[in-house]
Design a protein around this ligand. Structure first.
Ligand code: B12
Ligand code: SF4
Length: 296
C-alpha cells in the first residue's frame, strides 16, 4: 500500500513522501519544554503541549502519519519584499487540496480508511514529523532541508488509521557552515539548532502588538514587509536548486507590494484583493505598519 501511495503522490508531483510513527514523541516534548522555559516562543504555536506530542489526542485510532513536502522555489527577486513562500497563491489552499486528494485516493483503496490532513495550522510540530518521516534533515536555521529543493519546502501531513510501514530519520544535518548565524539581522539563530523566534524578522513583520525599539531596529536592517528569507537565501543548500514542480506555485505571482497598493484599501477591500495570499492572514494594518517603519 505504501508503494501505491508513493506512486499516487508522484502523479500530483509530490516526490518527498514518508511515514512518521504515531508517537507520543518524548524527545520532542523535552525540546518544547526547554523552549518554553527559555521563552523561545512567539504565541503562534499551539499552547497545549500534550496535543503537540501525541497525535492520538487528535485522532483516537490513528496508526501512522503520512508526511509530504511541497517545494515552492520559483526564482529570486531583487525587488521582492515579501517572503518567497507567499509569492504564489496561499500554500495552505494548494497543499490542503493535494492532501485531500491523497486522502480521497486512499479511501478508495483501504476499507474503513479514516484521515485528517493538516498544513501549518495543525496541532503537531510539522518539521519534527518531516524529520521523523525521513523526508528532509534539519539545518542550524531550524529548517527542514532537502537535497533537491533546499529548504524552500512546506510541510503537510495526514494523520490516519492505516498502519503504513514507518520510515526512519535521515542520518545527517546541514553542513553547518554558520552563514545563517552570521547573516540573520536579529541574531535569532543561536548555532546549536535553536532559534529565538522573537528576534526573527519573519515574526516581527507578523507581530500585531506594538513593536519595541529593538524590534524596529531589527526590521530596519531589511526591506521585508511580510516574512523573511535571509537564513534560507544565504544557505549553501539553497544554491543551484530545482524550481518547484508544483504548477500552482508558478501562477498568479506577486513578489513585491507597494505601500500605495495597500494604503488606500479598507480592511474589507484588502481581504478581497489579497484573501487568497498567505501574507494576508495578519491583515492590512500590520503590513502598513511595516511600510511606515521602513519608508520613514
Ligand atoms: C510558529 C511558527 C513560526 C514562528 C516561529 C518559528 C520557530 N523557529 O519556532 C515564526 C513566525 C518566527 C516563523 C517563521 C518562519 N516560518 Co514558520 N512556523 C511556525 C509553526 C506554526 C510552529 C513552529 C513551532 O512550533 N516550532 C517549535 C520548534 C520547537 O520546532 P521547530 O521549529 O521544528 O524546531 C526543531 C529544531 O529545533 C529541532 N532541533 C532541536 N534541537 C536539535 C538538535 C539537533 C542536533 C538537530 C539536528 C535538530 C534539533 O527540533 C525541533 C522540533 O522539530 C510551523 C508549523 C507547525 N505547526 O509546526 C511553521 C513552519 C515551521 N514555518 C515555516 C516557514 C516556511 C517559515 C518561514 C521560512 C517563513 C518566512 N519566509 O518568513 C520562517 C522561518 C524562520 C525560522 N528560521 O524558523 C515552515 C517551515 C518549512 C521548513 N522547510 O522547515 C513550517 C513548518 C510551516 C509549514 N507547514 O510548512 N514560523
Ligand atoms: S546557512 Fe549553513 S549553518 Fe545555516 S542552515 Fe545552511 S548550511 Fe546550515
Amino acid at each position: 500500500m505504501k508503494q501505491k501511495l508513493k506512486e499516487y503522490c508522484k502523479t500530483l508531483n509530490i516526490n518527498h513522501v514518508g511515514i512518521a510513527p504515531i508517537g507520543p514523541y518524548k524527545d520532542l516534548e523535552k525540546i518544547l519544554r526547554d523552549r518554553i522555559e527559555k521563552r523561545y516562543i512567539t504565541g503562534m504555536e499551539e499552547k497545549d503541549l500534550k496535543k503537540r506530542v501525541d497525535p492520538k489526542i487528535r485522532m483516537k485510532d490513528a496508526a501512522s502519519i503520512i508526511v509530504c513536502l511541497f517545494p515552492y522555489f520559483i526564482e529570486n527577486h531583487e525587488e521582492g519584499n515579501i517572503a518567497k513562500y507567499t509569492y504564489g497563491l496561499d500554500y495552505h489552499i494548494i497543499i490542503k487540496e493535494k492532501l485531500e486528494k491523497i486522502g480521497g485516493f486512499l479511501k478508495g483503496q483501504i476499507e474503513g480508511f479514516n484521515y485528517e490532513s493538516f498544513v501549518d495550522t495543525g496541532p503537531l510540530v510539522d518539521r519534527y514529523l518531516a524529520y521523523l518521516a525521513g523526508v528532509g534533515y534539519f539545518g542550524i536555521n531550524n529548517h527542514i532541508i532537502t537535497d533537491e529543493y533546499g529548504s524552500y519546502v512546506c510541510v503537510g501531513y495526514i494523520i490516519n488509521n492505516y498502519p503504513f510501514e514507518e520510515d526512519t530519520p535521515l542520518d545527517k544535518t546541514c553542513i553547518q557552515c554558520g552563514k545563517c548565524i552570521k547573516e540573520c539581522p536579529g541574531g535569532a539563530i543561536l548555532g546549536n539548532f535553536e532559534v529565538d523566534p522573537r528576534k526573527c524578522i519573519s515574526f516581527i513583520t507578523q507581530k500585531k502588538e506594538e513593536l519595541t525599539e529593538e524590534e524596529i531596529n531589527i526590521l530596519k536592517k531589511n526591506k521585508m514587509v511580510f516574512g523573511c528569507d535571509i537564513c534560507q537565501d544565504v544557505c549553501p543548500h539553497n544554491q543551484s536548486i530545482k524550481k518547484t514542480p508544483i504548477k500552482e506555485f508558478h501562477e498568479n505571482l506577486i513578489c513585491a507590494l507597494k505601500e500605495e497598493d495597500v494604503e488606500g484599501l479598507s480592511n474589507k477591500a484588502f481581504k478581497r484583493k489579497y484573501g487568497d495570499r498567505a501574507f494576508c492572514w495578519r491583515g492590512k494594518k500590520v503590513i502598513l505598519r511595516n511600510f511606515h517603519i521602513l519608508n520613514r
